[in-house]
Design a protein around this ligand. Structure first.
Ligand SMILES: Cc1ncc(COP(=O)(O)O)c(C=O)c1O
Length: 384
């Protein structure tokens, strides 16, 4: 499926932000909740509701007097901590500090990577067929073309393809994949000289496998590097969901040294410096294993509870094998289903916000309180 970027960055100001379309529905859902005498439940925003760990909060306090400029490349202990965390999480011994770069959250990289890799109108950016909307914003900003597909065969012989985004577990569908598929993507991209950017912010939220119920990370694109060959590979990782650090904007990129050094230079020129407390929080969170285990357990409980409630309420769940969202296929038009939830005082997201043309999906975020998930069940008439 093809789109032409067409628009320029200036045109973006004229494009309605999809979530603004939900404002009238939010008001209606709030009014329904009031009429029913119950709470309004918003499942549309994937913003963490749980606290930042005390370890992270304590780590940033001594850094409040951050009067000097931080380093764009990250302070040395942070760089070491990122490498160490990647090595232990995915067992990638060949990584070193030249393979990583801290960023100001992942969204700015998603939005600016096509420009920073110098893509233009004759080039093509591939992104998942159902996708987080910011990949397309990045293509618009670079005035480059978009190919929306999950199939390698759709682009593997096309030398105009310069950048291939993948996102597993996927937002919004929760689709996961195998290491073999990641290897095939990297092989195909290298053959045509394209860069693979793997957006892995939901990697730890892998509900599919693990012996004895253990939660194991989803395969990473970094694991495809044989003998330390990270060429054409970039992995994006964010602590926004992993450690509830959305407010700190703590994230990083890892992979191809040459590209990382070019991005570092561009980021220095543009002043894209992660604030000092963002860097401190990132290091502390990566080292706080106990807290991560707790977060994963919380989300796993919420995920399976919501999954089972929606299934028992008669909805068809698709994928939802990882990540923080339940993705449902609806029998009716998604806006009709949205309306049914609104009448119960619950706001859900129409699937068409995720850049595909089907009109029969709903996304529900598990970044809500467990009590609210149980309350959704009660309102849908599911016995709890
Ligand atoms: C797929 C995906 N990529 C990137 C991001 C951006 O995360 P952040 O900018 O908070 O690091 C999000 C946030 O929801 C996301 O869902």
């Amino acid at each position: 499926m093809w789109y032409n970027g067409g628009m320029s960055l200036a045109n973006l100001a004229a494009v309605t932000f999809p979530w603004d379309q939900l404002l009238p529905y939010r008001k209606l859902a709030q009014a329904s909740a009031e009429k029913l005498g119950c709470s309004f439940i918003d499942t549309t925003v994937g913003s963490p509701i749980d606290d930042v760990s005390k370890t992270v909060q304590n780590a940033v306090v001594p850094s409040l007097n951050a009067h000097g400029y931080p380093m764009t490349a990250g302070f040395p202990e942070l760089r070491k901590a990122i490498v160490q965390w990647l090595k232990t999480t995915w067992n990638i011994p060949e990584l070193d500090e030249n393979n990583i770069l801290p960023t100001i959250g992942s969204k700015e990289v998603v939005g600016m990577l096509p420009m920073m890799l110098n893509l233009g109108p004759d080039d093509i950016m591939v992104r998942p067929s159902i996708a987080y909307p910011t990949y397309d914003i990045g293509a618009v900003a670079a005035r480059t073309q978009i190919l929306a597909t999950n199939n390698i065969e759709d682009w593997c012989n096309n030398t105009s393809v310069k950048l291939v985004w993948i996102n597993y577990p996927n937002n919004p569908t929760g689709e996961c994949t195998s290491l073999e598929h990641l290897k095939a993507v990297v092989r195909a991209a290298r053959r045509i000289g394209a860069v693979v950017a793997s957006d892995e912010c939901y990697s730890l939220f892998n509900w599919k496998n693990g012996a004895n119920g253990a939660i194991v990370p989803h395969p990473s694109v970094l694991e495809t590097a044989l003998d330390g060959d990270f060429s054409n590979i970039l992995m994006l990782y964010s602590l926004s969901k992993h450690a509830n650090l959305a407010g700190y904007r703590s994230a990083f990129i890892a992979g191809d040294k040459k590209i990382i050094q070019e991005l570092l230079t561009i980021r220095k020129q543009l002043g894209l410096i992660p604030p000092h407390i963002s860097q401190i929080a990132l290091k502390a969170a990566l080292e706080d294993n106990e807290f991560i285990t707790k977060i994963l357990e919380n989300y796993q409980t919420r995920h399976f509870l919501l999954h089972s409630i929606l299934q028992r309420a008669g909805y068809d769940i698709e994928h939802s094998e990882g990540g923080l969202y339940i993705w449902m296929r609806t029998k009716k038009d998604e806006w009709e289903v949205l309306d049914e939830f609104v009448k119960l005082g619950i706001l859900v997201t129409p699937g068409s916000f995720y850049k595909h043309s089907l009109l029969n999906n709903i996304r529900i975020s598990t970044t809500i309180r467990t009590e609210d998930i149980l309350e959704i069940g009660r309102r849908l008439g599911v016995e709890i």
